[in-house]
Write a protein that binds this ligand. Structure first.
Ligand code: NAD
Length: 379
């Protein structure tokens, strides 16, 4: 019988779990048993007893999970857990399958180690953004959570309320929110800020986002810089170069100065996030304003962002949150688990593992196989 193993996450502060009890029956139906390290789901709100109720076997140690499982499911593996994750490598064995976030662009050496062991690893960051892959798209699931939580963070630090209120004590004006980057996280930030009653504007260099921004009831800020050229064939924004970003910063200065809250989400796949908010621009904001820089983990969109910290400068609070999805671990795990289950169902069927590399979802996420690095990102 195929065994699917769920070790407890070891990245510092990580509260999510890769598989929740509700998805175990799908594995059973496909002919696989699930083994869970005791306490793996505890911090996300899924106790051992619920895993047992849904048919999983609980084992005491991480070593046991790695020794017994054919397929290991993690939230953060390899490059996404660069220190603690190293301890797992000696536990892995030939032809064992490893799936999770792996930060493959920034962890070539570590991935080489795993390749040498003969492990078959899949990095979920590399899923194609196609309609067939949508049900497995962990990046979108986690970005949805980040967009929502960024707004909640901004609201709790802002010395103002978001909604317009007409009260006996006078009229409270709504907060002005500006969202930079209208991808999955940005669009969720827009929707969440609108729900709280703020006036929302947004900007992205991909022109296709204008309609999406407007459909959420926000205003699209036109800088005249947006162009089809800004997007690669997968839909990701390209690195536009320093001269472009300089012009962009110049044009964003006024909108940023007028905003109570800026939520920045601009990212370029596999690269450092572009700097779109300089120290000068922060100086131009009203005291009490808040910047939530969701791109903090990628270096940040604001020059003053310190990843993992809350900085106050010129009266402006600059929040550089890292690992936001882990701060909403119950639903982040629910979404991640559903996505990873759908991914596993591509190659676990009738009690057998069959990896068909003609399937673009499997071939584009595959990092290591038969002792080598096989993904084109390493070329
Ligand atoms: P992302 O996290 O890579 O980047 C966030 C946003 O920042 C993007 O919208 C990007 O255009 C924007 N950005 C980059 N540089 C910028 C700059 N200088 N100024 C302003 N904005 C900038 O993006 P994502 O949310 O992962 O989405 C990437 C693409 O994938 C999008 O085209 C999205 O529509 C698409 N997508 C498709 C599917 C699907 O079809 N299954 C699912 C999710 C996302």
């Amino acid at each position: 019988m195929i065994k699917v193993g769920i070790p407890k996450e070891t990245y510092p502060g990580e509260k999510r779990v890769a598989l929740i009890p509700a998805n175990i029956p799908q594995f059973k139906k496909a002919g696989a048993e699930v083994i869970v390290q005791s306490g793996a789901g505890e911090e996300a709100g899924y106790p051992d007893s619920e895993y047992v109720k849904n048919g999983a076997e609980i084992v005491k140690t991480r070593e046991e999970v790695f020794a017994k499982a054919d397929v290991i499911l993690q939230v953060r593996a390899l490059g996404a857990n660069p220190e603690e994750g190293l301890k797992d490598i000696p536990l892995m064995r030939e032809r064992q399958i490893l799936i999770g976030f792996m930060e493959p662009f920034f962890a070539k050496n570590m991935i080489e180690e795993v390749a040498k062991k003969g492990v078959i690893s899949f990095a979920l960051e590399l899923l194609p953004r196609t309609s067939r892959a949508q049900s497995m798209d962990v990046l979108s699931s986690m970005a949805t959570i980040s967009g929502y939580k960024a707004v909640i963070l901004a609201a709790s630090y802002l010395p103002k309320m978001f909604p317009m209120l007409t009260t006996a004590a006078g009229t409270i004006l709504p907060a002005n929110i500006f969202v930079i980057g209208a991808g999955v996280a940005g669009l969720q930030a827009i929707a969440s800020a609108k729900r709280l009653g703020a006036v929302v504007r947004a900007y992205d260099i991909r022109p296709a986002t204008k309609q999406e921004v407007e459909s959420l009831g926000a205003k699209f800020v036109e800088l005249g810089l947006e162009s089809e050229e800004a997007q690669d064939q997968r839909g990701y924004a390209k690195d536009m170069g320093e001269e472009f970003y300089r012009r962009q910063r110049e044009m964003l200065t006024k909108v940023i100065a007028e905003s109570d809250v800026v939520i920045s989400t601009a990212a370029v796949l596999g690269k450092r996030a572009p700097i779109l908010i300089t120290e000068e621009m922060v100086k131009g904001m009203r005291p009490g304003s808040v910047i939530v820089d969701i791109a903090a983990e990628r270096g940040g969109n604001c020059e003053l962002t310190k990843p993992g910290e809350v900085v106050e400068k010129y009266g402006v609070t600059i929040i550089g949150p890292v690992n936001i999805p882990s701060s909403v671990p119950y639903h982040a795990s629910q979404m991640y688990s559903k996505n990873i289950t759908n991914f596993c169902m591509l190659f676990i069927k009738n009690g057998e593992i069959n990896i068909n590399l003609n399937d673009d979802i499997l071939s584009s996420t595959l990092l290591t196989k038969d002792g080598s690095l096989v993904n084109s990102i390493f070329n």
